[in-house]
Design a protein around this ligand. Structure first.
Ligand SMILES: Cc1ncc(COP(=O)(O)O)c(C=O)c1O
Length: 472
């Protein structure tokens, strides 16, 4: 076979040198480029895409690695302390190691026999995390490929629990099922409703208060109205950390309403779930312990490389009864489940390894220290805004997100959207700071997610200097 020496790791170790050379070069490259992340823009310009042509013969490794270097240099640079636009964190080193080892083992989370350690470690660790959210002794969960899939699976289980659709589908229902979420909840809920046969109109959007939090009074009225207009309410979704402003819905009050109407209570804590690891801040999640299901993405605020997300269920037996499709070709392993039977995905990467490694490597104290730093930087950001009356906050920040815009008196209000768009470009080009430009309440805003542990007070000061520079 005419293959590169390092094409595979020889199972009897015969090509260790060749593989070592490739891996060492790749690690060297990563250290050069990630260790030099501040020398590139947080969003570097795209200069040349890799050629998609499939070569007839092998490309030499040195040439390939040069191409990888070019790819890195043009890629979104989330490691840069000025990368603040989205909920994408600098990746922790240990989770990169976890990804590499999981890839090298190439086990399969579909079944216990295909991943004997990971299929046991995943429920053991997720049960611990479920305990942290206060979901009780019967709770369990599964890792999924992102918050959207977590929400989809939670709503699927809720729907299957409330309606006899598991075998017959929706055709026999006399009333359309509807669920309720704030009007700023993540769009994955509409996608889930669409996939689950409820239609995107199956999500009733509830108006929010001034701080972009679901308004419980309006929720109660909307549920009562749905009952009188021939719909079948079955689920309420609260968000702990909304995508645009990082707002946390009043979880306890929403849990009360879900209980009053006998509805499933799902909490989308894709972002805010990380607060469960901060003794100082976990009170912000008060009420999450009453959830029937929770989505949480360690790939966001826990610094685990993508993808790493989970869906947790208070009553694991009910989850399996209302979702599991047994695979007859899989062996049985006593108390351990073939995870692919009870999740949407079948074959799945062992993301549990990097999550486990991250928790071991940083410990609760390490995670809590980063979260405390994020909150302190956010406070400094908001304090700097107070000295600049043309800056307006969309909401009072509850977490480490600041959503704001510049509204200078000298400029006509109808031009403020354009003005903020230009400001965003100025900050990126002149200040190496990337803020995103969400559309919220009919207007363009600037969003900063203060996630990077290397973002210092000096960076914030520089950002505001650049902002003043644009204004003048
Ligand atoms: C609140 C919330 N829920 C769900 C999601 C979807 O997560 P993912 O992109 O991992 O599917 C996001 C993504 O930003 C989010 O902010």
């Amino acid at each position: 076979m005419n293959l590169p020496d390092s094409a595979f790791i020889h199972p009897a170790g015969e090509n260790r040198g060749a593989v070592e050379q490739l891996l060492n070069q790749a690690v060297g490259l990563l250290l050069d480029e990630l260790g030099g992340a501040t020398e590139r823009s947080p969003l570097p310009p795209l200069t040349q895409l890799p050629s998609p042509n499939i070569p007839a013969i092998a490309v030499p490794e040195t040439e390939l690695l040069q191409q990888v270097r070019a790819i890195i240099q043009q890629s979104m640079n989330a490691a840069h302390p000025g990368y603040m636009g989205h909920m994408d964190s600098i990746p922790s080193t240990i989770s990169m190691v976890g990804d590499l080892v999981a890839a090298a083992l190439n086990n399969n989370m579909l079944s216990v026999e295909m991943s004997p350690v990971f299929s046991r470690l995943e429920p053991l660790l997720l049960r611990q995390i479920a305990q942290r959210f206060g979901l009780g002794a019967q709770a369990d969960g599964v890792l999924v490929g992102g918050g959207s899939l977590g929400n989809l699976q939670a709503i699927a289980v809720a729907r299957n629990t409330y309606f006899p659709v598991l075998e017959k589908g929706l055709v026999g229902l006399d009333k359309p099922p509807v669920l309720f979420a704030s009007e700023v909840a993540h769009t994955s809920l509409q996608k889930a409703a669409m996939v689950l046969g409820l239609g995107s109109r199956g999500v009733v959007g509830i108006p929010t208060d001034d701080n972009s939090r679901l308004d419980p009074g309006r929720l109660r009225r909307a549920i009562a109205l749905a009952h009188t207009t021939g719909q079948a309410p079955f689920c309420v979704v609260a968000t702990a950390g909304t995508t645009v402003t990082g707002s946390v819905d009043p979880l306890g009050a929403i849990a009360d309403i879900a209980e009053e109407f006998g509805l499933w209570f799902h909490v989308d804590a894709s972002y805010g779930g990380a607060l469960a690891f901060s003794p100082q801040h976990r009170h912000l999640l008060d009420g999450i312990d009453r959830a029937d299901s929770v989505t949480f993405n360690p790939q966001k605020w826990l610094y685990v490389t993508k993808t790493c997300a989970m869906v947790l269920f208070r009553d694991a037996d009910a989850w399996r009864q209302n979702f599991r499709i047994a695979a007859p070709y899989m062996g049985e392993h006593g108390p351990w489940y073939n995870l692919g039977e009870s999740s949407i995905q079948g074959t799945r990467h062992a993301d549990i390894l990097k999550l486990w490694l991250l928790l071991q490597h940083l410990g609760e104290a390490g995670i809590a220290a980063i979260i405390a730093h994020n909150f302190a930087i956010t406070e400094q950001f908001v304090a700097a805004m107070r000295d600049r009356p043309h800056l307006r906050l969309a909401t009072q920040p509850e977490l480490n997100l600041v959503c704001f815009r510049s509204e200078p008196e000298a400029i006509a209000p109808e031009q403020w959207d354009d003005w903020n768009q230009q400001l965003q470009r100025h900050l990126l080009e002149k200040g190496h700071t990337f803020l995103s430009l969400p559309f919220y309440q009919g207007q363009r805003w600037l969003k900063a997610v203060l996630l990077n542990p290397f973002t210092t007070p000096r960076h914030i000061q520089q950002l505001f200097e650049q902002l003043d520079d644009f204004g003048s």
